[in-house]
Structure formats: structure tokens, C-alpha cells
Ligand binder design. Sequence first.
Ligand SMILES: [Zn+2]
Length: 264
Amino acid sequence: MRDSEAKALAFVGSRLVLRETAQGLRLPTLDEVEAAFERERLEVGRVDVRVTLTRRQVHTFCFDDDEPLPAGYRCDGLRVAYHSLADDDFRAAGAARQIIEWRRTTRFCTACASPLVLADAHDALACSSCGRLHFPPISPAVIVLVQRGEQVLLGRSPRFQQGVYSTLAGFVEPGESLEECVHREIFEEVGVRVQRLRYFGSQPHPFPHSLMVGFVADWLEGSIRIDEDEIEDARWFHADDLPVLPHPMSIARALIEDFVRRVG
Ligand SMILES: [Zn+2]
């Protein structure tokens, strides 16, 4: 039976199509998208991604960057769209975007160089020659709030927007535990040792396919000595005197807000 409230995740390039309504922006329903876009465009754009949204099937479309939008629609990058979307919708959009982008850039088997085709399950791709399955990559990274009493250690990368400081983060290396990664990354980036690691939570980060694993740690010893290849500044900030913080959707922001609540 057709689900009349099924939602549509439609991308124009890397941007998400949103419905403009009197109440603001939201994901369009499948019915709305089918009424607004030409049928043949939808057939070309339809992609088979198994993202579900609170147990509803989501219909996924991907158009070229120059696809014209019908009246009443706009499209935003995911970081901007975050402000318009419910958490579940944003998570589904991130998952779909991650899989679509991986498929777009993963076209040949890494073992035998034959073309890949859609596999029967798990959003995987299968080699058309040797049958090897290829799964969407997920790259675990730790992200760590280091605290010393009412102070927090934040750093900034040259890639950040002006004035923004954030918690320290880095990718897990082969053979490394998450805890070992925390100790190594913190020491490499800012030259301090930490203790008493506490797991905070995790967050999929679809830019392009990270899984951020958040920790809180206490400063143990050492003064800040930055790795200038990685970051351009790092400082201790008092909870009452914080710099510009990272995007509200980020686990970094959640870590910092949690710290402020705990010491406030
Ligand atoms: Zn192959």
C-alpha cells in the first residue's frame, strides 16, 4: 500500500531540496515531489538507498547540480538545512547523502578494476566480474573535550570560520583503540597528557563518512605546545569566557555545552 506521508530526500548536487511553507522549510513528501517535478526527471533521478525514517520508507532522488527547482522549493547544503530539519530528518538526509556520494565516487572494484553494480542488500556495491562486495566506508574519529577545573582546552584549525575554536579531534589509526587514539591525538596536537577518559556519545558525521566518538578527559600534565601542521592555535578557555563555538549540530558543540552545564 502506498504510504501517503512518505517523505522524499531529493538532492540537487550535494544540496537537499526543501519545501517552502508558511511554517518554514521542511522535507517534501513523496506526493509533493511527484506533483512538482516532471515524471521523467524523477525517473532519471531516483536512487535506491535504504534509508528509513522513524520506520517509514524514504524515497531518494539525486539530480545534477543545474536541475531547475519548481516554485515553492529551495535547496540548501546539509549544514544549512540542519537549521530547518527535525533531528530524524537531518540524520536520514546525512545517511542518504553519504551513500549517494560514496556510490558516485566508487565505480570500480578495488581488487580487479571491473565496474561495480548495486548489490542486493545493505546499500553495498558488488563487482560485476569477481563478485567482491564493497560496503560504504565509515571512518571512526575521536573528539575530546579536555578540561582542567573550570577551563576547557579548545583549538582552531585554519579551516575553521573566523574566531571559531573547537574540541580536539582526530582519526583512529589501524590497530588503535579509541582510548589510545585519544591519548595520542591530544599529545600530538597540543602536547598535553590527559587522564580519566569518559565516553560522552557518538555522532555520524556525513562529511563525507566519519563516525565521531566523543570523550571527556581531565588534564594530567603538560603545557600547550601546538602541532602547527594540524592547528593554528589552542588555548585554555574559562567556561564564562568562551570563543565562537562550532556549529550547533556538531558533537563538539554538545561536548562544550555539557561542560558549561557541569561547571556552571
Ligand atoms: Zn572485482
